[in-house]
Design a protein around this ligand. Structure first.
Ligand code: 7TS
Length: 406
């Protein structure tokens, strides 16, 4: 492995602490990743020297804040290779991004009898907004099934597409299973029917190169806090042809051109979708997170992380009583598992005593738990700053859990 993981770890101050007297082993990156010094420093510099409201002041500080906020948008555009910065709408996170599309696209284009396809492995944030919309509009949710390994059954997907289908909503990478879905091919197929695709990219952007134009995604949502940026930051990318036709998401200041009691006209992109004062500091922090990712050898980082995933799969899989949930060929970052009939919350609690942070629960993907007939799983999720020592500590602690319950 040529990736200099120890050097990168120094950039993340959180990682050097001890928890319960043990070195912190942070393996809950799918929930939130840690933040490098560059992001922390950019955030505090903004608050110390540039803080003001955006897009409204003629004064020095407002202009500083506005240009930093818009510079962050341009960094996002470049990072995901969007055509134009105005196609990158700043939102609070992936959840808000998907809700924006469900509301803005759905209330305009989805009617009674129409169908929305979601996959069996979606996070609740790519199910519930569509369900709420379907209920309101008299539309129907249809589910793209998966197999035991946790791969979508693409033949069934193709069979589900028809002239009533008005949206395909699918995750790029599953947070509960780690499966990397063949979204490029799925988008190409949907487009043959003229159907737009909304990709939940929350677990993709921090773990692989994403090019929204190469994917030809109509919409692509992600959260800053999963890609080494602050909470409260995030993006919904949308093709301008769609965004321009959609209804606004929220009404208020900044999203208007003119207001009278008789009629309001709306601003152009991206303002049309950014009502009210945005999370200025957070989005500038997201821009800094992108600067950070551009400053390291990102391809080496992703390759290293993938090797680590294989190592973790091998180590955990070798422990008797461990069942790995999600064994797709193409996976990123995530190892979900159960240990005999020990409740994952007990596993998580015992691991925490050794300074190991994992997540235990349904991971906001209850249909995945229903599919595998488990109440919950334990989940280790990696980032490029994790090490073999982290994985070894995890495997040793899981062995200890089994001994405790024996
Ligand atoms: N989509 C996926 C695939 C996710 O993993 C998550 C969060 C979201 C959407 C929602 O992102 P948010 O930033 O708007 O909350 N996933 C997780 C997780 O796996 N553990 O905690 C949050």
């Amino acid at each position: 492995m040529t990736f200099e993981v120890e050097k990168v770890r120094h950039d993340f101050p959180v990682l050097s602490q001890t928890v319960n007297g043990k070195p912190l082993r942070y393996l809950d990156n799918a929930a939130s990743a840690q933040v490098p010094n560059l992001v922390i420093e950019r955030g505090s510099e903004y608050l110390r020297k540039e803080h003001s409201n955006v897009h409204r002041g003629v004064h020095y500080l407002s202009q500083k804040a506005t240009s930093a906020y818009e510079a962050a948008r341009e960094k996002v555009r470049k990072f995901i290779n969007a055509g134009e910065a105005k196609e990158c709408i700043f939102v609070r996170g992936c959840t808000e991004g998907i809700n924006l599309v469900a509301s803005g696209y759905g209330r305009k284009f989805i009617n009674e009898g129409d169908e929305i396809l979601v996959s069996q492995m979606e996070h609740h944030s790519n199910i519930v907004p569509w369900q709420m919309l379907a209920e309101e509009r008299g539309a129907k949710i249809r589910v793209i099934p998966m197999n035991e390994a946790g791969d979508l059954i693409i033949d069934e997907y193709v069979n589900l597409l028809n002239e009533r289908t008005k949206m395909v909503a699918v995750s790029h990478v599953s947070n509960a299973l780690g499966t990397i879905n063949p979204v490029k091919e799925m988008i190409e197929t949907a487009h043959k029917f003229g159907i737009p695709v909304c990709v939940d990219g929350a677990q993709a952007v921090p773990h692989m190169r994403v090019d929204v134009r190469d994917l030809d995604a109509d919409f692509f949502a992600f959260s800053g806090h999963k890609m080494f940026g602050p909470t409260g930051s995030g993006v919904i990318y949308g093709k301008k042809e769609w965004l321009e036709k959609m209804l606004p998401y929220q009404g208020g200041g900044s999203m208007i051109r003119t207001v009278s009691f008789e009629k309001t006209t709306y601003a152009g992109l991206p303002e049309k979708f950014e009502a009210g004062t945005p999370a200025i500091a957070s989005q500038i922090g997201l821009g800094a997170a992108i600067d950070y990712l551009n400053s390291i050898d990102l391809d080496a980082a992703f390759a290293y992380e993938h090797e680590l995933l294989e190592y973790a799969t091998e180590r955990l899989g070798a422990i008797e009583g461990v069942r790995i949930i999600g064994t797709a060929k193409n996976k990123a970052s995530v190892v979900s598992f159960t240990v005999k009939d020990i409740h994952p919350h007990d596993i998580g609690t015992i691991l925490d005593q050794d300074g190991i942070a994992i997540r235990a629960g349904h991971h906001c993907a209850q249909p995945v738990m229903q599919f595998y007939d488990v109440p919950a799983t334990a989940r280790a999720s990696l980032a490029f700053y994790n090490t073999k020592a982290d994985v070894d500590a995890l495997a040793d602690a899981v062995t200890k859990v089994i001994a405790v319950f024996a």
